[in-house]
Ligand binder design. Sequence first.
Ligand code: ADP
Length: 265
Amino acid sequence: IRVTFTPVHRRGHGGTGTIIVLQDVTEQEELEASRREFVANVSHELRTPLTTIKSYAEALDDGAIEDPELGGRFVGVIQNETERMIRLVTDLLHLSRLDSSEAPLRKQLTPIIDVLEEVADRFSFQMQQKHMSIAVIVERGVPEVPMDRDQIDQLLDNLVSNALKYSNEGGSVTLAASLVEKGVAISVEDTGIGIPKKDIERIFERFYRVEKGRARSMGGTGLGLSIAREIVKAHGGDIELESEFGKGTRVTFILPLVQEERGYS
Ligand code: ADP
């Protein structure tokens, strides 16, 4: 709330007074503050890999390049950091497209079983390498869902790659779909490391990570879940995350079956 006091003197009437204006500026300021925070975060996230790349390039230049083992390792670091920056910029572009809605969704009725089985196939190699299993369970009678297939694939890739990243060897991932009141509920559940209670509330925020250092070393950009949320919102649905620290995590999103009316045009 912004409060403005304006003193008023009314000569000849013998009195003075004050006009008090109360203005609700919370929303505006919150938006501005979150924008500033976002820019600061982006700058920081880009600066970190750049600083690393710079120092490793300097070390190579200073002679590390002559040592085949050390040289190879340093080049590897530079490659990793570059790839992370590319992922980050790709994620940022994706978010900004979703924000500006300049790329409207191309929704088509799609059988959910196909979508889930394909995502399970895409990850099967990485799962095997970690001795993990992945299962798909689709309730009988789940109808086809209107969705932008590319976006939903991206969203599921983000969720499954988290389930994989934040699980220990031998864990399992379950992809499930069922019919609920508001549409079709799709969930990605893992038996991984889980998320502490205090972090769950903020987990969908851009760049929010549970343990900054660890998450970054896993190669994450901190944008996966916020992109997931934007994609679900663009479909008119909801997303939520439940987790028990040390036990596992389940992310569930609902895609509505009824297309939203877009007014007359
Ligand atoms: P990141 O790119 O760091 O994985 P995300 O936005 O996808 O970013 O996730 C935000 C944070 O939430 C992660 O850094 C991680 O700490 C936590 N997280 C997300 N998914 C899971 C999961 N399935 N199990 C445990 N922690 C998770």
